[in-house]
Ligand binder design. Structure first.
Ligand SMILES: *Cc1c(COP(=O)(O)O)cnc(C)c1O
Length: 391
């Protein structure tokens, strides 16, 4: 088959593979006319808590709200500093500012693209209350190092695992279940996506769970009696029903993503664009820098679920345009680190410089890695990239 078109993601393909079950789940909720929380959400919370091997899971309205609710429940507010990597999706830092706390940026590691634990320690001040490690692109951050710094300084740890559901950290626990809370997103482009917006917050702490559960419905307990202020942070029953159908397939989808990643590695090496050693500097034999699994020595693939397959390439903008002109979906996650965002101009002036994030933002490009893509499609992607870099 001659492939001439590869989208960045093909949600239609996933829907087709589960259409009867998904349609039945949606209809079941329609028939019940029970849309707010209820049995569907409770059942989903139990199933996903079991899957993630964590005692408490709370379905919420989005990944962003999972982060916001976590910080609210921890009482983060004006005068507090929260450390975040400068390179992530906007929500990671946006939620801190929305609570009138101060986001403090740290640079990232050039290999994992996750927060550099060495910089974390140096960013701690007497005002620091929490840190938000991000498991970016589906690779676990170095949680052992993060927890060590957090414990030494009494910090709360809110894990942004929006892109990393079902990936293990260095000590074998799931990303999102190691810190004080873990936040997940079911935005359609994540490895586990619903039919709209949805999210999850998990914790091992029963009191914090109880507090977040109350805050999910405006903080009233009993209803209409408010000791605390929350919001409307509920997951829809419809989304829970969809997620219950998809959850049993998550492992298979993530395994296929990993297989695709491994095939990309071989194809890029065969095409003479990259070296097996997976080095992180551009030179003749490394025109394309491939994503590298930081913990790969222990058990290959175990620590990366490839929500995105993000390569680095010089003349990235030229390559991106070349790919788009030839119907290869690709995207820059993310073009502007937080310290260069206009809205953070006053907070970042005192933060220093972040050369790694700047360089990564200049060269990074995410290419298709979704579970249903075929080997022919991957070949077309790599051939087109090879043409682009030599054009
Ligand atoms: C998607 C994402 C979020 C936000 O999740 P939403 O469900 O879109 O609100 C937060 N952080 C990261 C790293 C994400 O990728």
């Amino acid at each position: 088959m001659i492939v001439r078109h590869v989208p960045l993601l093909d949600l239609q393909a996933q829907y087709r593979s589960l259409k009867p079950e998904l349609d039945a789940a949606v209809m079941r909720v329609a028939e019940s006319q029970r849309f707010i929380l209820g049995d569907e959400v409770a059942a989903f919370e139990k199933e996903i808590a079991d899957y993630l091997e964590v005692p408490y899971a709370l379905g919420v309205s989005s990944g962003t709200d999972a982060l916001l609710l976590s910080l609210m429940a921890l009482g983060i507010g004006p005068g507090d500093e929260v450390i975040v990597p400068t390179f992530s999706f906007f929500a990671t830092a946006g939620v801190v500012s929305r609570l009138h706390a101060t986001p403090v940026f740290v640079d990232i590691d050039p290999v994992s693209f996750n927060l550099d634990p060495g910089f974390l320690e140096r960013a701690v001040t007497t005002r620091t209350r929490a840190v938000v490690p991000v498991h970016l692109f589906g690779q676990a951050a170095d949680m052992n190092a993060v927890m060590e710094v957090a414990e030494a300084h009494g910090l709360r740890v809110v894990e942004d695992a929006a892109q990393a559901i079902g990936v293990r950290c260095g000590d074998g626990r799931f990303a999102g279940t190691v810190g004080t809370t873990g936040c997940f997103s079911f935005f359609p482009s994540k490895n586990l996506g619903c039919f709209g917006d949805g999210g999850l917050v998990v914790t091992n702490d029963p009191e914090l769970y109880h507090r977040m559960k109350i805050m999910r419905v405006h903080g009233g307990e009993p209803k209409y009696y408010h000791k605390i202020i929350g919001g409307n942070f509920r997951l829809d029953a419809l989304q829970a029903a969809v997620l219950r159908v998809k959850l049993p397939h998550l492992e298979t989808w993530s395994r296929r993503r990993r297989e695709n990643a491994h095939r990309y590695r071989s194809l890029f090496i065969e095409a003479g664009l990259a070296e097996e050693s997976g080095r992180t500097a551009f030179d003749d034999r490394n025109t394309v820098l491939l994503p590298k699994e930081v913990y790969a020595g222990a058990e290959p693939g175990f620590y990366h679920i490839y929500n995105q397959y993000s390569i680095r390439v010089e003349k990235r903008d030229k390559v991106m345009q070349y790919l788009r002109d030839r119907n290869v979906g690709c995207e820059i996650y993310y073009p502007v680190p937080f310290h260069r965002q206009e809205c953070f101009a006053d907070v970042s002036s005192s933060n220093g410089s972040f050369p790694v994030a700047d360089e990564v933002a200049r060269t990074i490009l995410s290419i298709p890695v979704y579970p249903e893509m075929t080997e022919d499609m991957q070949q077309y992607v790599v051939e087109t990239i090879a043409e682009a870099v030599h054009a």
